[in-house]
Design a protein around this ligand. Structure first.
Ligand code: NAD
Length: 282
């Protein structure tokens, strides 16, 4: 099937970024979220991101117009009926994602690939609630989507070769580099990243270091472009906690237990950049 229109479910930081790169690659894009205010926030973020690219002369003002002109929004999931390929990027919550995929399976045309941008949830489990498990795949973009090259591609147990090939082709068309990983909790990216972030949070809780010093040690000492706590704030502390819970429950090893301080921050609503406060204030 030729892909002309890409549906994106969830207009948060990832969904907005995915919609932006898809539209920049020339696809028509329809973004869905549960309320108009989230769609408007997503569209504003895309517009601000494109404006920065205009200022840096990476794109022209006419390009910006054309890209935003290819994006439409909807609060009705039923409008995904017009999509040839769907990428789900809603909140990292198992029940929520299962419900979205059950519904997408009934709404979209047969043959349409349903991809999830999940950070850690089993693609096989998500595929299992649909009648088209061979067409379900993980398409894990990195944050911020317009800047980061990687898309981790996760094949569920039933994902077909054609679905894999189409997803890789689409990732490349969006200017990304697809790299495969198998379907185990956290795949590769978060299986390696989250224990490091969690350990940095333990260092804060146990008073081993101040957040800024921990980040500076990892930047200067390990040549990381960003410290783990600043990165956690960027990802969203709720998302980090959700991923650690999936790793802990899915693999069953106590080394993945989320740090109590991380839980406490999430309980307080200190979710990082998106709420203005996490390990740093924004
Ligand atoms: P976010 O909190 O910024 O956005 C989530 C969006 O989903 C919100 O706008 C919310 O209103 C919307 N939403 C919730 N329920 C919905 C529903 N039923 N239908 C449609 N929309 C719904 O979160 P995010 O950081 O964009 O993360 C989204 C997904 O991407 C998660 O699965 C996350 O694990 C994954 N991810 C996140 C990062 C990251 O760095 N933040 C990186 C890679 C992957």
């Amino acid at each position: 099937m030729e892909v002309k229109t890409i549906g994106v479910v969830g207009a948060g930081q990832m969904g907005g970024g995915i919609a932006q790169v898809a539209a920049a690659a020339g696809y028509m894009v329809i973004i869905n979220d549960i309320a108009e205010q989230f769609l408007q926030r997503g569209v504003q973020t895309i517009s601000a991101s494109l404006e920065r690219m205009v200022k840096k002369e990476k794109i022209s003002p006419a390009d910006k117009e054309a890209i935003t002109g290819r994006i439409t929004t909807s609060t009705k999931l039923e409008d995904m009926a017009g999509a040839d390929f769907v990428i789900e990027a809603a909140t990292e919550n198992l029940e929520l994602k299962l419900d979205i995929f059950r519904r997408l399976d009934g709404i979209t045309n047969p043959g349409v690939v349903l991809a999830s941008n999940t950070s850690s949830i089993s693609i096989t489990k998500i595929a299992g609630v649909t009648e088209r498990p061979e067409l379900v795949i993980g398409m894990h973009f990195m944050n911020p989507v317009p800047l980061m090259k990687l898309v981790e591609i996760i094949r569920g147990l039933a994902t077909s070769d054609q679905t894999l090939a189409l997803t890789e082709e689409l990732s490349k068309a969006m200017g990304k580099t697809p790299v495969p990983a198998n379907d185990y909790p956290g795949f590769v990216a978060n299986r390696v990243l989250m224990p490091m972030i969690n350990e940095a949070v333990y260092c804060v809780m146990e008073g081993v270091g101040e957040p800024a010093d921990i980040d500076q040690i990892m930047k200067l000492g390990m040549n990381h472009p960003m410290g783990p706590l600043a990165l956690a704030d960027l990802i969203g502390l709720d998302t980090c906690l959700a991923i650690l819970n999936v790793l802990h429950e899915g693999i069953g090893d106590s080394k993945y237990r989320p740090c109590p301080l991380l839980r406490k921050y999430v309980e307080a609503g200190w979710l990082g950049r998106k709420t203005g406060r996490g390990f740093y204030q924004y």
